[in-house]
Design a protein around this ligand. Structure first.
Ligand SMILES: Nc1ncnc2c1ncn2[C@@H]1O[C@H](COP(=O)(O)OP(=O)(O)O)[C@@H](O)[C@H]1O
Ligand SMILES: CC(C)(COP(=O)(O)O)[C@@H](O)C(=O)NCCC(=O)O
Ligand SMILES: [K+]
Length: 249
């Protein structure tokens, strides 16, 4: 079985797939390396033979994680790497190595699945957008703070914005003007998020000419998906790209 990891700035998304059928056997989201080791060693029937991963963390952090996996399960890891061109997509960054690897894999996955122009939005710690033409030319994209960064900036840089996670969840059940701090902040940040996605859709009309596929991925994709019924919501989009960038030869 193959362990697949997507190491973001806040969470590690993990999956175990069978080899060679590539059937998903187990998966989840964890907050730390230790939590990952623990959940993997307590998952019944999971027998790992190797690992492939993508990380936007520092090289040191990524090496620490692969070292822990080697010691705990005796498996080698391969890390996805940047490329100028792959699977019919040409990286649009001036310095292709600087494009976030999670973005690159999501773009590879989206173009592979759609075979046409696409707009890829990844809503995690940061929110990223990437535009790809029907010919596979990556035009670049935009980066802005995601929901966790927006709400934490307000909590950190003001004196009187303080509330807990439970209240935050309750506040988002309705979207009328907030009548408490938690409602005002949570609903305000969600409107920022939805507004950003709406702007990207408008940009796509301009840059991709209307006939494109919209993909939403990342932990907070569910917060905006109802406003964009045309979107394909694919939590595993980065893993689709990971299989392309790190094939099991
Ligand atoms: N099951 C989940 N576990 C952890 N975070 C989740 C989950 N579902 C949604 N989220 C939300 O997803 C966001 C993080 O998204 P993610 O794509 O994992 O970020 P990153 O790739 O930057 O680590 C957080 O705002 C978090 O509240
Ligand atoms: C933009 C990101 C921080 C997003 O990370 P995430 O929210 O998925 O944790 C990451 O893709 C990254 O570090 N990119 C490098 C900068 C760039 O893409 O231009
Ligand atoms: K992201």
């Amino acid at each position: 079985m193959i362990l697949e990891l997507d190491c973001g700035n806040s969470f590690i998304k993990w999956r175990v797939i069978s080899n060679p059928e590539a059937r998903v056997v187990a998966g989840g989201v964890v907050g730390s390396d230790e939590e990952l080791l623990q959940v993997l060693s307590s998952s019944p029937g999971v027998e790992l033979s190797r690992c492939r991963l993508v990380s936007v963390r520092s090289d040191e952090e990524t090496q620490q994680l692969t070292g822990k996996l080697q010691r705990a399960f005796s498996i080698d890891s391969v890390c996805a790497e940047s490329a100028q061109e792959m699977a019919g997509v040409r990286n649009g960054y001036d310095e292709f190595q600087r494009l976030g690897l999670d973005r690159w894999l999501a773009v590879l996955g989206a173009y592979h699945l759609s075979g046409r122009a696409c707009l890829v939005l990844d809503l995690g710690t940061a929110v990223t957008s990437d535009f790809v033409t029907a010919e596979g030319s990556h035009l670049g994209g935009f980066i802005c703070p995601g929901m966790p960064l927006m709400r934490n900036q307000l909590r950190t840089h003001t004196r009187r914005i303080r509330y807990g996670d439970d209240a935050a969840e309750r506040a988002l059940q309705k979207m009328m003007p907030g009548r408490s701090t938690v409602e005002a902040v949570e609903r305000g940040c969600l409107l920022m998020l939805q507004g950003f996605v709406q702007t990207q859709v408008e940009q796509a009309e301009e840059w991709l000419g209307g006939a494109y596929e919209l993909y939403l991925t990342g932990g907070d994709a569910f917060m905006v998906k109802d406003a964009f019924p045309q979107a394909k919501v694919l939590p595993d989009l980065v893993f689709v790209g990971l299989a392309i960038a790190c094939p099991l030869s």
